[in-house]
Design a protein around this ligand. Structure first.
Ligand SMILES: [Zn+2]
Length: 290
């Protein structure tokens, strides 16, 4: 299989409004274009219990589907739809070989403070190998703190320290960040811009790419253990029953968030997501000395 640049959907202008996770609609945002992105967290050799872990067999199925869509939709663009958050070791051990097999590009958003320090997550050697293989490595903050809840000083660490550590360890330019927990607001947006980021990726699937003062905000679809290739295909094409159903679910979620508040919603979400030990460790503060 040739190792060519590929993409899935042509840019288009869209008029939808983007709302931050605080329910604020940032002013002066201009719709520019829409690429559709998918987000993976963990890949599992066995049938996963954690909602945001995808079995290796299913991930390979998705990759085959993406390859097929890319082969159908020839384009000159280098945009890729796959993103990974957190820097879990399974992204290196299990996902990377599949990406290589199908010649699929991806962006790896790494929690810089976890690299080489947290059990179950990648070392600098792993991340360096990913970068050297031609994949984009970008920031997922320093400690996975929700950016919208950080003080200005904390926000500075999350944005600037993660960027500088990734750049100095890997010798790359870091220009994008994905917001941990998808939490962001206009203060976060401006701080990202001031720290030198050009793109902020969020967890809102319906967000249309918007640009303000040189920084783009891009929505993503969170892939779960039950996501099948029909849903992947529908999402990337932007139509079909799975998309309509997901939009209804998303509207319901937003309504619950507004009704009970973001923090209460997060507590309920964590209880219902049946998180296994790998995601729990993200919040436990446990670190290993490696
Ligand atoms: Zn994360």
């Amino acid at each position: 299989m040739t190792n060519r640049v590929w993409f899935l959907s042509r840019p288009r202008v869209c008029e939808t409004t983007m709302i931050s996770s605080d329910g604020i609609s940032p002013t002066s945002l201009h719709a520019t274009k829409t690429f559709r992105y998918l987000t993976y967290h963990e890949i599992s050799n066995t049938e996963p219990e954690y909602r945001y872990s995808v079995s290796l067999a299913k991930f390979a199925e998705h990759a085959r589907c993406l390859r097929r869509l890319a082969d159908v939709r020839h384009s000159e663009s280098g945009s890729c739809p796959i993103t990974f958050d957190d820097g879990h070791i399974s992204q290196f051990d299990l996902a990377l070989p599949v990406l290589k097999e199908f010649s699929i590009k991806a962006i790896f958003f790494v929690t810089a403070g976890w690299v080489g320090r947290r059990e179950g997550y990648m070392s600098w050697k792993h991340v360096d190998e990913i970068a050297r293989a031609g994949y984009e490595v970008q920031s997922h903050g320093w400690s996975h703190a929700c950016l919208s809840r950080c003080s200005n000083r904390e926000l500075d660490v999350e944005l600037r320290r993660s960027k500088s550590e990734l750049e100095s360890h890997l010798g790359i330019r870091v220009s994008a960040i994905s917001a941990p927990g998808g939490r962001w607001n206009q203060r976060v947006l401006l701080a990202c811009h001031d720290a030198g980021y050009e793109r902020l990726f969020i967890s809102e699937p319906w967000a249309t790419t918007k640009k303000q003062d040189g920084i783009e905000v891009l929505g993503r679809w969170m892939v779960t253990r039950t996501t099948d290739e029909n849903e992947i295909s529908a999402w990337l094409k932007g139509r079909g029953a799975p998309v309509a159903l997901a939009r209804m679910r998303n509207l319901a979620t937003s309504a619950v968030k507004r009704a009970i508040g973001d923090r209460s919603y997060e507590r309920v979400w964590r209880a219902l997501a049946r998180k296994n030990r790998s995601i729990e460790s993200q919040y436990s503060g446990k670190e290993t000395k490696t």
